[in-house]
Write a protein that binds this ligand. Structure first.
Ligand SMILES: NC(=O)c1ccc[n+]([C@@H]2O[C@H](COP(=O)([O-])OP(=O)(O)OC[C@H]3O[C@@H](n4cnc5c(N)ncnc54)[C@H](O)[C@@H]3O)[C@@H](O)[C@H]2O)c1
Length: 306
């Protein structure tokens, strides 16, 4: 397995700029490609912002790293030995993009998808070399969350997994292997289980929205960053877990649909911070203040945990 020297990121919306900044810091020549000129303009600002955060984290800068922006696919992929696809979460679009990528890269170039949950085998089904297709699921914001899920599909070769793991470790992140293809992979399954239970309790009037967030942030949230759920079982005692789980599991939400809180708000066009209102209300000033505060806190927490 040779060391990756040049990586292309195909699709530079929310995720691309942060991923690019992280890879460039590790000494990799990065090409950011998008079909939209506006996305490339926004990506320049996005990379600058991510770089400021990485400075705040005291992230080292290895020699040889660079970032180029472009809308010519052949140029972006020329000589690349690693590709990360980050186009919209749509199987048809991804399959077309993978076919285009495969027509421009060498036979042994690994092509990773940042998909949040589309099975890698489905993406690889339309590829001529499925053995080099692998999932590489970064968490948002990618320049701050130092864990990446690595997901082999049914036909992914060990070489593609090894190359992806090596890239993850080289940027100083922790790769976690998703050994079997399950919808949503693992991080999002855990998150969605938490959000389903939180919404159910709020919908049933058990707790207010603000108290729910305070309970999770100051209760399990901050603890989970230090002690994982399986470690926590040993800390609590398996006998205690067995006794509580034997009655509590039956009472937890197993709602297969989506909470009415969400469906009612989305029907009103209240989609969250992007529309100035969702679960909570926001003014432009409040959004700016929260953005700054949250970024600073995430940097401080990550520094104290590393
Ligand atoms: N946003 C998140 O929090 C997050 C987190 C982890 C993974 N992901 C996954 O990463 C991928 C990208 O997500 P995002 O939030 O950055 O999406 P986004 O919509 O913000 O950006 C996608 C970009 O892809 C571009 N694009 C569309 N078609 C293209 C094509 N044919 N070739 C090149 N570029 C093309 C668009 O112009 C856009 O700039 C998705 O699969 C998503 O599920 C997102």
């Amino acid at each position: 397995m040779s060391k990756v020297t040049c990586a292309a990121i195909i699709g530079t919306g929310t995720m691309g700029p942060g991923m690019g900044a992280v890879l460039a810091r590790a000494g990799i020549e990065v090409r950011l490609y998008d079909v939209r000129a506006e996305a490339l303009d926004a990506a320049r600002d996005g990379v600058e912002l991510a770089d400021r955060v990485l400075d705040g984290l005291d992230a080292p800068s290895e020699p040889g790293g660079s970032i180029a922006f472009g809308s010519d696919l052949a140029e972006a992929l020329d000589g690349c030995d690693f590709v990360i696809e980050a186009v919209p979460e749509n199987l048809e679009i991804k399959q077309q993009v993978f076919a285009d990528i495969e027509s421009h890269v060498a036979d042994d170039t690994v092509i990773a998808s940042n998909t949040s949950g589309i099975p890698i085998s489905d993406i690889a089904a339309a590829c001529s070399r499925p053995e080099r297709i692998v999932g590489m699921h970064w968490s948002n914001p990618p320049h701050l969350i130092p864990m990446i899920e690595v997901i082999p599909g049914g036909e992914t070769g060990q070489g593609a997994v090894d190359t992806t793991n090596a890239v993850v470790e080289r940027v100083g992140y922790r790769p976690v292997l998703i050994a079997k293809e399950v919808p949503g992979f693992v991080e999002n399954r855990i998150l969605y289980a938490i959000m389903r239970e939180a919404l159910d309790l709020v919908d049933r009037g058990v707790i207010s929205r603000a108290d729910m967030d305070a309970c999770v942030k100051w209760g399990i949230g901050y603890k989970l960053a230090v002690i994982g759920p399986l470690e926590l079982l040993d800390v609590a005692g398996l006998d205690i877990y067995e006794s509580v789980a034997s009655y509590l599991n039956q009472d937890l939400s197993n709602e297969a649909g989506v909470s009415s809180t969400i469906t009612e708000l989305t029907a009103q066009g209240k989609l969250g911070m992007k529309t100035d209102g969702g679960i909570y209300d926001y003014t432009p000033e409040k959004k700016q203040q929260l953005g700054g505060e949250r970024a600073a806190k995430l940097v401080a927490v990550r520094k104290s945990l590393s």
